[in-house]
Design a protein around this ligand. Sequence first.
Ligand SMILES: [Zn+2]
Length: 168
Amino acid sequence: MAQTEEEKKTKAREATRKWRANNRERANALARASQKKWREENPELHRARAKEWKAQNIERFQYTRAKWRKEQRDHLNAYRRKQHYKNKYGLTIEQRDALLAAQDHCCAVCSARDPGNKIGWVVDHRREPFKVRGILCHFCNLALGNVKDNTETLHKLIHYLEKHKCQT
Ligand SMILES: [Zn+2]
Protein backbone atom coordinates (compact mmCIF):
# COMPACT_ATOMS: atom_id res chain seq x y z
CA MET A 1 0.00 0.00 0.00
CA ALA A 2 1.42 3.38 -1.03
CA GLN A 3 2.20 5.87 1.67
CA THR A 4 0.22 9.08 1.76
CA GLU A 5 2.05 12.42 1.78
CA GLU A 6 1.08 12.85 5.42
CA GLU A 7 2.55 9.46 6.39
CA LYS A 8 5.78 10.29 4.55
CA LYS A 9 6.09 13.57 6.43
CA THR A 10 5.43 11.91 9.77
CA LYS A 11 8.09 9.28 9.01
CA ALA A 12 10.61 11.96 8.03
CA ARG A 13 9.87 13.95 11.19
CA GLU A 14 10.28 10.83 13.30
CA ALA A 15 13.64 10.05 11.61
CA THR A 16 14.85 13.61 12.24
CA ARG A 17 13.75 13.43 15.88
CA LYS A 18 15.63 10.12 16.32
CA TRP A 19 18.76 11.52 14.69
CA ARG A 20 18.65 14.60 16.94
CA ALA A 21 18.21 12.42 20.04
CA ASN A 22 21.20 10.26 19.07
CA ASN A 23 23.40 13.18 17.98
CA ARG A 24 22.41 15.81 20.51
CA GLU A 25 25.67 17.74 20.52
CA ARG A 26 25.95 17.81 16.75
CA ALA A 27 22.26 18.77 16.43
CA ASN A 28 22.65 21.59 18.97
CA ALA A 29 25.79 22.85 17.24
CA LEU A 30 24.00 22.85 13.88
CA ALA A 31 21.01 24.67 15.37
CA ARG A 32 23.24 27.25 17.03
CA ALA A 33 25.18 27.84 13.82
CA SER A 34 21.99 28.26 11.83
CA GLN A 35 20.52 30.65 14.42
CA LYS A 36 23.75 32.66 14.44
CA LYS A 37 23.73 32.87 10.64
CA TRP A 38 20.13 34.05 10.67
CA ARG A 39 20.89 36.70 13.32
CA GLU A 40 23.83 37.99 11.28
CA GLU A 41 21.72 38.17 8.15
CA ASN A 42 18.75 39.81 9.89
CA PRO A 43 20.21 41.98 12.66
CA GLU A 44 17.31 44.45 12.84
CA LEU A 45 14.63 41.78 12.75
CA HIS A 46 16.54 39.83 15.40
CA ARG A 47 16.76 42.89 17.68
CA ALA A 48 13.06 43.65 17.21
CA ARG A 49 12.07 40.04 17.94
CA ALA A 50 14.36 39.86 20.98
CA LYS A 51 12.87 43.09 22.30
CA GLU A 52 9.34 41.79 21.74
CA TRP A 53 10.15 38.47 23.41
CA LYS A 54 11.69 40.29 26.37
CA ALA A 55 8.60 42.50 26.78
CA GLN A 56 6.30 39.48 26.68
CA ASN A 57 8.47 37.35 28.98
CA ILE A 58 9.91 39.92 31.34
CA GLU A 59 9.75 37.66 34.41
CA ARG A 60 11.46 34.80 32.65
CA PHE A 61 14.04 37.22 31.26
CA GLN A 62 14.80 38.64 34.71
CA TYR A 63 14.94 35.16 36.26
CA THR A 64 17.35 33.88 33.58
CA ARG A 65 19.52 36.99 33.84
CA ALA A 66 19.71 36.74 37.66
CA LYS A 67 20.54 33.02 37.38
CA TRP A 68 23.25 33.69 34.80
CA ARG A 69 24.75 36.48 36.91
CA LYS A 70 24.78 34.24 40.02
CA GLU A 71 26.48 31.46 38.05
CA GLN A 72 29.10 33.92 36.79
CA ARG A 73 29.63 35.22 40.34
CA ASP A 74 29.98 31.69 41.77
CA HIS A 75 32.33 30.76 38.97
CA LEU A 76 34.43 33.89 39.53
CA ASN A 77 34.50 33.39 43.31
CA ALA A 78 35.64 29.77 42.90
CA TYR A 79 38.36 30.92 40.51
CA ARG A 80 39.50 33.72 42.87
CA ARG A 81 39.56 31.30 45.81
CA LYS A 82 41.69 28.86 43.82
CA GLN A 83 44.10 31.64 42.76
CA HIS A 84 44.26 32.98 46.32
CA TYR A 85 45.41 29.60 47.72
CA LYS A 86 47.83 29.12 44.87
CA ASN A 87 49.40 32.59 45.03
CA LYS A 88 49.47 33.07 48.78
CA TYR A 89 50.25 29.55 50.06
CA GLY A 90 51.26 27.56 46.98
CA LEU A 91 48.40 25.17 47.74
CA THR A 92 45.60 23.72 45.67
CA ILE A 93 42.12 23.63 47.22
CA GLU A 94 42.53 19.83 47.40
CA GLN A 95 45.83 20.13 49.31
CA ARG A 96 44.24 22.58 51.74
CA ASP A 97 41.28 20.22 52.26
CA ALA A 98 43.71 17.33 52.82
CA LEU A 99 45.55 19.39 55.47
CA LEU A 100 42.29 20.07 57.28
CA ALA A 101 41.29 16.39 57.02
CA ALA A 102 44.68 15.39 58.50
CA GLN A 103 43.82 17.67 61.46
CA ASP A 104 40.51 15.82 61.83
CA HIS A 105 38.62 18.89 60.53
CA CYS A 106 39.40 21.03 63.55
CA CYS A 107 41.78 23.86 64.51
CA ALA A 108 45.42 22.68 64.81
CA VAL A 109 45.79 24.60 68.12
CA CYS A 110 42.53 24.68 70.11
CA SER A 111 40.74 21.78 68.31
CA ALA A 112 37.66 23.94 67.67
CA ARG A 113 35.30 22.35 65.16
CA ASP A 114 34.07 25.74 63.98
CA PRO A 115 36.36 28.24 62.20
CA GLY A 116 34.79 31.06 64.25
CA ASN A 117 34.03 33.44 61.42
CA LYS A 118 32.16 33.68 58.15
CA ILE A 119 35.27 33.51 55.98
CA GLY A 120 36.21 30.05 57.27
CA TRP A 121 39.44 28.31 58.25
CA VAL A 122 42.74 30.16 58.01
CA VAL A 123 45.88 28.72 56.46
CA ASP A 124 48.57 29.66 58.97
CA HIS A 125 52.12 30.12 57.68
CA ARG A 126 55.58 31.04 58.83
CA ARG A 127 56.98 34.00 56.91
CA GLU A 128 60.77 33.55 56.79
CA PRO A 129 61.43 31.04 55.38
CA PHE A 130 57.93 30.49 54.10
CA LYS A 131 56.16 27.36 55.33
CA VAL A 132 52.50 26.44 55.75
CA ARG A 133 52.21 25.40 59.41
CA GLY A 134 48.58 24.30 59.60
CA ILE A 135 44.93 25.29 59.50
CA LEU A 136 43.71 27.45 62.34
CA CYS A 137 40.45 28.89 63.59
CA HIS A 138 39.92 32.63 63.40
CA PHE A 139 40.75 33.19 67.11
CA CYS A 140 43.97 31.17 67.23
CA ASN A 141 45.13 32.91 64.06
CA LEU A 142 44.38 36.30 65.66
CA ALA A 143 46.22 35.28 68.83
CA LEU A 144 49.38 34.34 66.89
CA GLY A 145 49.13 37.52 64.85
CA ASN A 146 48.71 39.69 67.94
CA VAL A 147 51.90 38.36 69.54
CA LYS A 148 53.69 38.40 66.16
CA ASP A 149 54.49 34.66 66.47
CA ASN A 150 56.76 35.50 69.44
CA THR A 151 57.06 32.41 71.67
CA GLU A 152 58.68 34.44 74.44
CA THR A 153 55.64 36.74 74.66
CA LEU A 154 53.41 33.65 74.70
CA HIS A 155 55.40 32.13 77.60
CA LYS A 156 55.17 35.44 79.46
CA LEU A 157 51.42 35.55 78.88
CA ILE A 158 51.03 32.02 80.32
CA HIS A 159 53.22 32.96 83.28
CA TYR A 160 51.16 36.12 83.83
CA LEU A 161 47.87 34.19 83.72
CA GLU A 162 49.21 31.49 86.10
CA LYS A 163 50.42 34.16 88.53
CA HIS A 164 46.99 35.78 88.69
CA LYS A 165 44.98 32.58 88.66
CA CYS A 166 42.22 32.44 91.26
CA GLN A 167 43.48 30.15 94.06
CA THR A 168 40.16 29.53 95.86
ZN1 LIG B 1 41.73 27.54 67.36
